[in-house]
Design a binder for this molecule. Sequence first.
Ligand code: HEM
Ligand code: NAG
Length: 317
Amino acid sequence: MASRSLVCLIAFVLLALATTASSQLCPDFYDKSCPVALSTIKWVVEAAVNKEPRMAASLLRLHFHDCFVNGCDGSILLDPTSTIDSEKNAVPNLNSVRGFKVVDNIKSEVDKACGSSVVSCADILAIAARDSVVLQGGPTWEVQLGRRDSTTASRTTANTAIPSPLSDLPALIDNFKNQGLDETDLVALSGGHTIGYARCLAFRNRIYNDTNIDSEFADSLKCECPSSGGDSNLAPLDPTTESFDMEYFRNLVEKKGLLHSDQALFNGGSTDALVEKYSSDAIAFSNAFAKSMVKMGNIKPLTGNEGEIRLNCRKVN
Ligand code: HEM
Ligand SMILES: *[C@@H]1O[C@H](CO)[C@@H](O)[C@H](O)[C@H]1NC(C)=O
C-alpha cells in the first residue's frame, strides 16, 4: 500500500512538473529549431497584405476566433471531415472569416524555409496577427510561442464562445470573462475593429433600429445596406479601415460605432471611461492592445507533447 501511494505521489509530482514546464510559451521557441521562421512568416504576410490590405484584418480576426474556441490551438483552420465538425461552418465564421489560403501559403513557405514541419499552425496565426497589425501602422509586441495544434474542432463551441455583434455590454463582459479576459482587454481588443469590414447582415438592425447611433451616420449606410437584401455588402468598421489608429474609439464617442456591440462599449456603462481614454491617447491604446493580445494568445494553448504540429493546417496529421 505504502509503495503504491509513493508511486502515485511520484507520478503526481512528475505530472505537475510536466504540466508547469510544458504550459509555458516563450518568444524564442523557434530560435534553435528554425531561426528563419519569424522572418519567413513576416514576408509572406507582407506580400499578402500588399496584394490586399484587408487581409491584415482578416488574419487578425482568425487568431481571435481561434483563441476563443478551446484556446489558441489552430482549431479554426481544420476543414470539415466525417470526424471534424469544422468551426468554419459556425455562424460567426461562415461566409465571414477569411485568410485560409494565406495561412496555407505561410505554412508551406515556413516549412520549406525550416526544412521540416516544426512551426505550428496555431503559432502561425499568432505571428501573422502581430505582423498584420504592425503593417497597418499599429503597435508591435513579442509573440509568445510554442503552441501546438489541436486534433479536434468544435462548431458548437464556436457558436457559443465567439461573441455576437448583437451583444450588449454585460454579455460582452461575460463572454470575455469566460476566457479569463477583463473589461480592459474587452475594450482594448475591440480596438481591432480599427481595421477591416463587416457585412450588412451584422449591422442592419443597428442602422435601422438602434437609437444610440448618429442619424447621419446611420443614413449614410442605408444605401449599401438596404432593410432587406444585400446581406453580404461590406462597410468599413471605422473610417480609416486600412490604418491601425484610434479612429475606432473616436467614432464610438460620436455614436458612430458600426456594430451594436461596438457602441455597447460607449453607451453609459462601465467601459465608457476606457473608450474615452483610448480615443484621445494613442499610446495608451497601443500599449493596452499589445498587452491584451499577448493575454489572448495565452488562452489555453496546447504545449509540450499535447496535440501535434500539423503538416497541413487544414487537416489532422
Ligand atoms: C468584442 C466582441 C466582438 C464582436 C461582437 C465582433 C464581431 C465582429 C463582426 C460581426 C465582424 C464582421 C464580420 C462579418 O460581417 O463578416 C467583425 C470583424 C472583425 N473583427 Fe471582430 N468582434 C469582436 C471582437 C474582436 C476582436 C477581439 C478582434 C481582434 C483583436 C476583432 C477583429 C476583427 C477584425 C479585424 C474584423 C474585420 C475582418 C475582415 O475585414 O476580414 N474583433 N467582428
Ligand atoms: C427592427 O426591429 C423590429 C422589431 O424588433 C424588427 O421586426 C425589424 O426586423 C427590425 N428591422 C431591421 C431592419 O432589422
